[in-house]
Design a protein around this ligand. Structure first.
Ligand SMILES: [Zn+2]
Length: 359
């Protein structure tokens, strides 16, 4: 058994806070104690030892920067004013992952095709932990780094396999806090992505745009780190997906990754409040299962270290090593073993096996 986590902002967090994720999360916390990083991004949840202990075989690793109009403070350094700046920041993160995999081939492996995927999984089937590596599937979160739609080809050639057209609104579609439909550029981007066989990520897309995208995208569609809107969180009313959109995603054989972030799990939860019980995550997973009629279209997309840390995740989880405890909580609530395995990783694997190019 291993886990697939559909969203980790590894490069963003490494470059913003200088975190060295080859260290364990506990070491990063120690290093950062007394600094500003835990205040802005919470205490670290990711780290090599933690991925290893938690049997996290694959993470969808983001390239992410924000537009300056959404800059959270002077510490939030990876922000762009225009497409040229966005491109520079996203390229820096692309380089980060390539360099990381090159510097630590025994730890990290870029998954560009099915061969890479099976190689990484084969390693996890060995008892020897030295064979266990974290497979990284690169995703572009927010497509403003594309100065022109055709440039997507360049990014695909460099290993990007998943594209989320939005974070905030972009010229491609309405996004979180900035509603709106798919634009002409958005339609052109989807067509180019489909030609390249890329996976479309609806996360951060406004519902209207997400439904339009579901109508027209012929390839694989996911919502890598999105919760059911019906269960709360209205700070940005369009951050999560409606029942209708989730059903449509499931009809497309897509998968939705639940974020175990207290603010997304319960309406009104604020940083500083008591951490929620793990059952809050179970409730979101179960909700999607009931809604679509099976356990085949929901997984996990932790979003760990992408803006929050230890104090903002459910009690009982201490780091990425503990995602498996969500499986135990599901079992305790009556989920069958096969369904738990599907939720923890099987559903994402099915999708990757179908959507990734052969090599
Ligand atoms: Zn995100």
């Amino acid at each position: 058994m291993f886990i697939v986590d559909a969203h980790e902002d590894i490069a963003w967090s490494s470059l913003t806070f200088g975190r060295d994720y080859t260290l364990p999360a506990a070491a990063l916390r120690q290093r950062e104690s007394g600094t500003e990083a835990p205040f802005h991004n919470g205490e670290a949840l990711l780290g090599w030892a933690d991925w290893l202990l938690g049997r996290v075989a694959i993470a969808f690793a983001s390239l992410f920067a924000a537009p300056v109009r959404r800059q959270a403070g002077p510490w939030d350094v990876l922000c762009y004013r225009d497409a040229d700046e966005a491109r520079r920041l996203y390229l820096q993160q692309l380089d980060f992952y390539h360099q990381w995999a090159e510097d630590h081939p025994e730890k990290f492996h870029l998954i560009q095709g099915r061969d890479d995927l099976e190689q990484v999984l084969l390693g996890w089937e060995q008892e020897d932990v030295r064979r266990h590596r974290l497979g990284l599937v690169l995703m572009m979160e927010g497509a403003e780094a594309l100065r022109a739609v055709e440039e997507i080809e360049e990014w695909a050639a460099q290993g990007v396999r998943i594209v989320a057209p939005c974070w905030a609104g972009t010229r491609y579609a309405g996004g979180t806090g900035e509603p709106g439909p798919l634009t002409d550029d958005g339609r052109a981007l989807l067509a180019a992505m489909a030609d390249l066989g890329l996976i479309l990520d609806l996360t951060h897309m406004d519902e209207e745009a997400a439904l339009q995208a579901l109508d027209r995208y012929p390839g694989a569609v996911i919502a890598s780190h999105t919760n059911p809107a019906a269960l709360g969180y209205s700070t940005y009313p369009n951050r999560h997906l409606s029942d209708h959109a989730i059903r449509r995603l499931a009809e497309h054989d897509g998968v939705l990754g639940i974020v175990p972030y207290n603010r997304f799990l319960r309406e009104g939860w604020r940083r500083g409040d008591a951490r929620l019980p793990l059952d809050a995550v179970v409730a979101h997973v179960d909700y999607v299962c009931q809604l679509v009629g099976d356990a085949a279209h929901v997984g996990l997309g932790s979003d760990f270290d992408g803006g929050f840390g230890l104090d903002c995740i459910p009690a009982g989880l201490d780091s990425i090593a503990d995602l498996r405890l969500i499986g135990e909580a599901l079992m305790a609530c009556g989920f069958r073993q096969t369904d738990v395995e599907a939720v923890l990783g099987g559903n994402w694997l099915r999708l990757l096996r179908k959507a990734l190019p052969e090599t």
